[in-house]
Design a protein around this ligand. Structure first.
Ligand SMILES: Nc1nc(=O)c2c([nH]1)NC[C@@H]1CN(c3ccc(C(=O)N[C@@H](CCC(=O)O)C(=O)O)cc3)C=[N+]21
Length: 351
């Protein structure tokens, strides 16, 4: 039983914070700057809580990644048909899937569906779990040379007998729509330089902040997690947007204390409900990248998805938060389509 202590709700004062919904009018949010009494019961992975508060607690805006992703797909579809009509080129994405992980197969299917929905051509190569690294490299090389392919994605994780670095390095930097090539990451890290592609998930996180008019410049941002594909590039992107950035990882001594300083939190660790209400500064904006399956016998699939942030606690303290599912996940796929379109436009010099 964890107990989070805020005291005396009746002295709660509030300031109004402006956050705009995507393409909607301004919404006003109550930023709770007073102290609340909050008791939470942490049982296993779930987290339930009860707030005893004399006035009703403020509730965060749900940052609707699903809706924003739909808007972005519509924008992309318009550009794709404009390109096809004026120069006869259809953007093409190649996806390489090695092995038969169920989750990977689902993601790849969703990417394919998303491509179809905007008119991007998609090609899929499936290789057996026990195929050789050379076979993967050969597929990559084929797509590198294929002028009808503008983006190449190697679905991760790869089987353990393969050298991921070796394989990601083989993708032509001009077609690296995942943005995982070291040259792209290096350019992302350097001032005055620009990568050809920004990794999809971090790009989706920043896009959500932009579309909800969350100011990043001069704000304190905390990224929880330092993976090559999300945490690290997310921190680099926030820094490029002039935030003051801290990165929290498994060896950080006082993660809760540091996170509590943040105006913007990007959580990408893969630990269900790790970030609790007590970690959050009132009024903070939270982007939850975690997509963690937890057993739930009542759910149709036998499990449900939860984020890295305890949503029920966080939504009472934050000013805005992404749900899981329906937050960052759909944005990742929308950004993959965006990167594929950017690539095709660049290769064909189409504005
Ligand atoms: N080379 C590579 N690039 C990737 O971008 C990549 C990858 N490998 N490997 C796996 C991860 C994971 N990933 C997701 C994309 C969309 C959702 C998504 O749309 N999720 C839905 C829920 C889906 C469901 O209900 O199962 C949502 O959050 O609303 C999730 C996860 C991309 N990844």
């Amino acid at each position: 039983m964890a107990s989070l202590m805020f005291t005396d709700c009746s002295s709660m004062s509030s300031t109004l914070l402006h956050v705009n919904g995507p393409r909607r009018g301004a919404i006003l949010f109550r930023q709770c700057v007073g102290q609340l009494r909050l008791r939470s019961t942490a049982s296993g992975r779930g987290c339930s809580l009860s707030i005893r508060c004399s006035s009703s607690p403020s509730s965060a805006t749900s940052v609707d990644g699903k809706a924003v992703a739909k808007t972005i797909r519509d924008e992309i579809a318009i550009d794709v048909s404009r390109m096809k009509e004026s120069i006869g080129v259809v953007p093409g994405l190649a996806v390489i899937l090695v092995g038969d992980r169920k989750d990977s197969a689902t993601y790849v299917r969703n990417k394919k569906k998303a491509c179809e929905s905007v008119g991007i051509k998609s090609l899929e190569v499936r290789l057996a779990e026990d195929c050789s690294e050379e076979q993967v490299l050969k597929s990559i090389s084929c797509f590198n040379d294929d002028p009808s392919i503008h983006g190449i994605l190697v679905q991760l994780p790869l089987p353990s007998h393969m050298d991921e670095q070796n394989i990601l390095n083989a993708v032509s930097i001009e077609k690296d729509v995942d943005g995982f090539h070291p040259l792209n990451i290096g350019r992302l890290a350097m001032r005055g330089r620009d990568p050809l592609f920004v990794p999809c998930t971090p790009k989706g996180c920043i896009e959500l902040l932009h579309r909800y008019n969350v100011e990043i410049k001069g704000k304190r941002a905390v990224v929880i997690g330092r993976s090559n594909i999300v945490g690290m590039p997310a921190a680099l992107l926030l820094q490029r947007e002039d935030a003051t950035v801290s990165i929290i990882h498994s060896r950080t001594k006082n993660p809760e204390e540091i996170t509590r300083e943040a105006d913007i939190i990007i959580a990408a660790v893969g630990q269900p409900n790790m970030v609790r209400g007590s970690w959050i500064k009132p009024g903070a904006v939270i982007i939850d990248v975690g997509i963690n399956p937890v057993d739930d016998p009542n759910a149709p699939r036998g499990y449900r998805l939860v984020g890295d942030v305890c949503y029920e606690e966080a939504c009472k303290i934050a000013s805005a938060i992404t749900p899981v599912p329906g937050g960052v996940g759909p944005m990742t796929i929308a950004m993959l389509l965006s990167n594929t379109l950017i690539s095709a436009k660049r290769i064909h010099n189409f504005k």
